[in-house]
Design a protein around this ligand. Structure first.
Ligand SMILES: *Cc1c(COP(=O)(O)O)cnc(C)c1O
Length: 395
């Protein structure tokens, strides 16, 4: 017998039953004459989640990492200079990929737990009068540290500096959970994946490119084949794919979009911010600190919690899994052992979150973090959800 497990890593996230059932379909003909009736509205509806009208959506069979690669290889030339801040494992991995692909990355090193350093970017971009920087890479939500970045503010800095680099945004753990405005923020490449806010299994790289990025892709000379925008643009226009698409995931994506529009994007964003604040109230009642150093950086999709000095967060995570069937996110790389993460994105409500807080609390006490008082985090979250919050729509 296998008891139900509690999944509170920041992706993959819980899959609602309606979405899971929508994927349980007999295999279908991906060249069927009526397939475009399904594909064309699907692609168009993804645009609504990215809040783009002029952009072009791409869905590749890959994970978010594949979308990073597609964004970069379709639009840049070998040796091009790009700029990025390293402030967590995901921003690090994107930088690492760019270096391995032969780009010249100007890395702005930041303390983990802080966000993109806006003033440093302002200085660098303002000083780059000849426009040697071709791309600005930004991670909207650094999942490793629970730190968010204001993408609109980066756009303003680029505009103030009159800089014409393209803006690339990793929104893997934010798009469809917190607000993302591709057109309004002048984002050129927006990257996401299926297993986070879209509440699907991993397997789809979901991304969008601006017309400027599409234009750049026509001459960009980095090597690519499978991820080529040109092949995709041509076949997608007819409602098909250049190769066998993962049909069951696309059926799942249809159900996911229906559910997202049924709840409403703005309601989803409000729910995430409401649930996140309850978790932060719990952490504060525990007497522990967040990895995110200032409220301006607090993420609404994942909270990274520092355990007391001298304690091992990995013990908490392992114990929570074995004893309570609770999966928490681990500290990665620089912060390994120092923190654990509670993912709170996707299909979640107050009571689910309280169960994660309770499990984390029990696990911490079990492994000897006794300064965390029994029930303290649960009580704080309960009172927040009870008194301070908006009622979620449980219809
Ligand atoms: C999960 C994640 C990724 C990459 O994801 P894969 O889907 O595992 O390839 C990239 N960036 C961020 C911010 C993420 O949270």
């Amino acid at each position: 017998m296998v008891l139900r497990k509690s999944l509170f890593v920041p992706g993959p996230t819980n899959i609602p039953d309606v979405i899971r059932k929508a994927m349980d379909v007999p295999m279908e003909d991906h060249r069927a004459p009526d397939l475009p009736e399904f594909i064309l509205p699907l692609l168009n509806d993804v645009k609504k989640v990215f809040k783009t009208i002029s952009g072009q959506v791409f869905i590749f069979p890959a994970s978010g990492t594949g979308a990073w690669e597609a964004a970069v290889t379709n639009t840049l030339n070998p040796g091009d200079k790009v700029i990025a801040a390293r402030f967590g494992q995901f921003s690090h991995l994107w930088i690492d990929m760019c270096e391995r692909l032969g780009l010249n990355v100007q890395v702005v090193e930041c303390e983990w737990g802080t966000g993109m350093p806006m003033e440093t970017f302002r200085e660098i971009l303002s000083a780059d009068k000849s426009g040697t920087i071709k791309a600005v890479l930004a991670t909207q939500n650094e999942t490793a540290t629970g730190v968010k970045t204001d993408i609109g503010a980066i756009r303003n800095i680029m505009d103030d500096a009159n800089h014409h680099a393209m803006l690339y945004v990793d929104g893997v753990s934010s798009i469809a959970s917190v607000d993302f405005q591709m057109d309004a923020w002048g984002v050129d490449l927006a990257v996401s994946g299926s297993q986070k806010g879209f509440m699907l299994p991993a397997g789809l790289a979901i991304m969008a490119a601006s017309q400027k990025a599409i234009k750049a892709s026509e001459n960009a000379s980095m090597r690519r084949c499978y991820f080529d925008f040109g092949d995709m643009v041509k076949t997608n226009a007819t409602g098909y794919f250049p190769y066998t698409p993962p049909m069951s995931l696309l059926r799942g994506l249809r159900a996911s979009l229906d559910r997202i529009f049924d709840e409403g994007l703005e309601n989803i964003f409000a729910r995430h911010s409401f649930l996140a604040e309850g978790v932060r109230q719990a952490v504060s009642a525990w007497g522990l600190s967040l990895c995110a150093k200032e409220p301006q950086w607090y993420s609404d999709t994942v909270t990274a919690i520092l355990v007391p000095e001298g304690k091992d967060a990995n013990r908490v995570i392992k114990h929570a899994y074995h004893r309570y069937g609770l999966s928490l996110g681990a500290g990665l790389s620089v912060v390994a052992g120092k923190l654990f993460r509670i993912g709170h994105l996707g299909d979640l409500n107050e009571l689910m979150l309280i169960s994660a807080i309770s499990g984390a609390e029990m696990a911490m006490r079990d492994v000897g973090i006794m300064e965390v008082e029994a029930g303290s985090g649960v009580a704080a979250a309960q009172e927040y959800y009870r008194k301070m919050g908006r009622a979620l729509d449980h219809k």
